[in-house]
Write a protein that binds this ligand. Sequence first.
Ligand code: HEM
Length: 541
Amino acid sequence: KPINPKDSAVNDSEKIKKLAAHYADASNQNMTTNHGVCINDDQNSLKAGDRGATLLEDFILREKITHFDHERIPERVVHARGSGAHGVFKLYKAIPELTKAQFLNDTEIETPVFVRFSTVAGSKGSSDLARDVRGFAVKFYTQEGNFDLVGNNMPVFFIQDALKFPDLIHAVKPEPDNEMPQAASAHDTFWDFISLMPESSHMVMWAMSDRALPRSLRMMEGFGVHTFRFINEKGESNFVKFHWKPLLGVHSVAWDEAQNISGKDPDFHRRDLWEAIQNGDFPEWEFGVQILAESDEHKFDFDLLDPTKLIPEELVPVQRIGKLTLNRNTDNFFAETEQVAFHVGHVVPGIDFTNDPLMQGRLFSYTDTQLLRLGGPNFHEIPINRPIVPVYNNQRDGLMRQTINRGKASYNPNTTGNNDPAQVKAADGGFTSYNERVDARKVRARSKSFFDHFSQAKLFYNSQSQAEKNHIVDALRFELGKVKTIAIREKMIERLTQIDGDLAQKVATALGLKVPTELTQPVNHSIPADGNPEDYQPIEV
Ligand code: HEM
């Protein structure tokens, strides 16, 4: 039965209560200027006579138009098109032996969350059902500060090193001379880059599969992609991969359906999510973890630090430890969905990074882009970005500062004020980085353990049913059929040959090309594992 989530106290999480302090409702109020002066006419500008020139003096006209002129902010450089919702996270099972993160230690706590789903390539106004990866970004407003799990609906990524990210995105975005095509990967620059980047093979299989055309945002899996670390009270570390499993199951639409829907309703996913929440059909995902002991780091024939690889769930099962429920739509798209700022670097004590070179670059990129997108160093004060816990430090001033820091002490150590923040010792919950041993020479290089580009691409292709395989073939025929440069099509056929001969043959035949007999790239050179993956120590939560 439809309910109005706004009337439901159960949806008033601690975060919603804090957001409510910023609500403004203009109904039955006198209209004022931004400085509080009542306006008696906001439809007619001030003129020298009713047919005369408009007067510069008209502060009401100037204020209204100036504000309008400045209403837009830059869209996100990637993931520009998105839909957001509020919700809560509830833990099934405490895991203190693995992590000291409080929100993963107390099954009584309901942690407020804000989630933003997105497409990657299209602009803010593009169609929801483009063939694309979907962003799945979750901000947990925990009692120990914000933890952002900034993931995608696919478990791997196109590239292994963040230094290539601008190249990847330049290649997938509309071409620089004519700004075409909008929100689609079917063009020369994308496939040119992919054909020259064998490490993208695995992700390309996912992107050409039905996973790139979700039936609903409510029916997608989510993945943290990188290997993270859990750190427990004793300072011990285990590796962890994060997962979201939708309780409605994983469903997709077919390509023809996607095209039809995109034409008729470009807001298809956004509308579906909004209406489900409005109707009380709250979308739910279980939170899963794959855990690996540090001692098992080299048991597999892929590198845990390589973001183009997943850990097969048959080898290391996903253990479900909690549930995310989205139960409230936004009040204001701009204030919440557009201004929210996610960052892989927003972690809480008990969660830490690894040396995955893609992750390491992301740790720089998000704040950097948000400084531009959200207009300066104080975007953490925008209501949707504020943690539910207080913020105290000696950072001051800057464009659009809201906080009124009192007293003289804006430096540390000091004897001039009583508001100097005492530093919380590690033992009392202050964040300390995992003290991983590092002993190496500086090199601009890549580990050989990152060199197997095809095994998991093949594994994924072979995991598909016949119908799903046909969809991949059809997607490649369509996509490569749009590529104008024949040499790029040929290079892609060569790449597909390294993944699966039958797949390459089917796509080549459709494009009137031949499968090469000699390959220019070495096929797989997996790293020798120093053990058998079957031997790894399962860690039960
Ligand atoms: C935005 C995921 C790799 C830079 C996003 C968003 C998601 C995401 C979900 C949208 C956040 C939102 O809804 O506001 C991922 C995943 C990656 C990845 C899963 C790889 C595993 C990278 C890399 C870089 C990068 C390597 C740069 C080195 C950005 C930037 C934004 C963004 C600049 C826009 C953020 C904003 O304007 O607020 N990413 N990303 N991403 N990502 Fe990534």
